[in-house]
Design a protein around this ligand. Structure first.
Ligand SMILES: [Fe+2]
Ligand SMILES: [Fe+2]
Length: 326
């Protein structure tokens, strides 16, 4: 999949107007934002459309594993916080679909691609949320990894995407804290609560490391995306950063990261860590994740059951426009 994308972009590069391409690349190199009406190479447009729409899908599908727990939150306070967090994710999806639409693909086309299984979303959301501690682990690790990925995207070269990220990142840091606070409460609780917290870390650790994507050596799109400043840091750089920041947080909780190879490397100034199970990652990318089918079924059902809301909003907008015209 990655190779054909790259081959396609190389072919497109060959047929672009060399003068326009050079001017575009100079603007990107000078850290200028590219805006919707500006000229851009087709491969840039296609890569961004894919990346932003995948990102939007991930926000929306990401509501599902946590949505399962809104009615089962252990207190009113926890319920109100989780509800706000899940609503934020819906908002992130909306900003991102809007940003992707400025590149010329309609919202309907993007949703259709998600529902038909053609478009991808983050592999992490194909794992089940078994206990309340999972809600803590998701906020701490999954939103934590999302922040790591998204902070550099505030300086991505496409203006609408970069601006959407500024607000998203502020909200993500609240998400990460609420998750960590759940973990703190559970780790300071009964022996059973602490066991639940450890079990959640055991199950979410490796899938969280997979969120940064395949190793740089197996990610041939990375070089072009770095050159066009769509991506500002590589998958492996971001993964290392995440490990370095998260391991001391696990220690502060009194939890053990489930990786026997994990060790501080004084010479490198970073943690060494074990190899991610890439076979599992690619299986989940292919749609074979533990709850992939349930997630898509829930997504399609929400879309169908929400049809009356979309119809009502469209009818209202039409009525308002007619009134204005009269
Ligand atoms: Fe989000
Ligand atoms: Fe989030």
């Amino acid at each position: 999949m990655y190779t054909t994308e790259l081959q396609k972009s190389n072919q497109v590069r060959a047929i672009e107007d060399p003068e326009k391409l050079a001017a575009f690349e100079a603007r990107v190199a000078a850290d200028e934002f590219i805006e919707p009406k500006d000229w851009m190479p087709e491969a840039y447009r296609r890569t961004l459309t894919r990346q932003i729409s995948q990102h939007a899908h991930s926000e929306i599908v990401g509501m599902l594993p946590e949505g399962n727990w809104i009615s089962r939150a252990p207190s009113l306070r926890r319920k109100a916080i989780l509800l706000a967090k899940v609503q934020d994710e819906a908002g992130h999806g909306l900003y991102l679909y809007s940003a992707a639409e400025t590149l010329g693909t309609s919202r309907e086309e993007m949703i259709e691609a998600l529902h038909s299984g053609k478009a991808k979303y983050s592999t992490i959301f194909n794992y089940p949320t078994l206990t309340w501690a999972d809600i803590g682990a998701i906020g701490w690790l999954v939103d934590g990894a999302a922040i790591m990925n998204q902070v550099p995207l505030q300086r991505t070269s496409y203006g609408p995407y970069a601006r959407a990220m500024v607000r998203v990142c502020k909200e993500e840091s609240f998400h990460q804290r609420q998750g960590y606070e759940i973990m703190m409460a559970m780790c300071a609780g009964t022996a059973d609560q602490k066991r639940m917290a450890q079990d959640a870390l055991n199950r979410w650790w490796w899938p969280s490391l997979m969120m940064f994507g395949p190793p740089d050596a197996d990610s041939p799109n990375t070089a072009q995306s770095m050159r066009w400043r769509i991506k500002r840091e590589t998958n492996d750089e971001l993964r290392q950063k995440f490990v370095d920041i998260t391991v001391p947080q696990a220690e502060a909780l009194g939890l053990k990261v489930p990786d026997p190879a994990l060790e501080w490397n004084e010479a490198r100034g970073h943690y060494d860590f074990g190899e991610v199970d890439w076979e599992e990652f690619y299986a989940v990318v292919r749609g074979e994740g533990p709850v992939a089918k349930e997630r898509m079924a829930a997504r399609r059902e929400a879309w169908e059951e929400g049809a009356w809301v979309r119809d009502a909003a469209a009818a209202y907008a039409e009525k308002q426009a007619a009134k204005k015209a009269a």
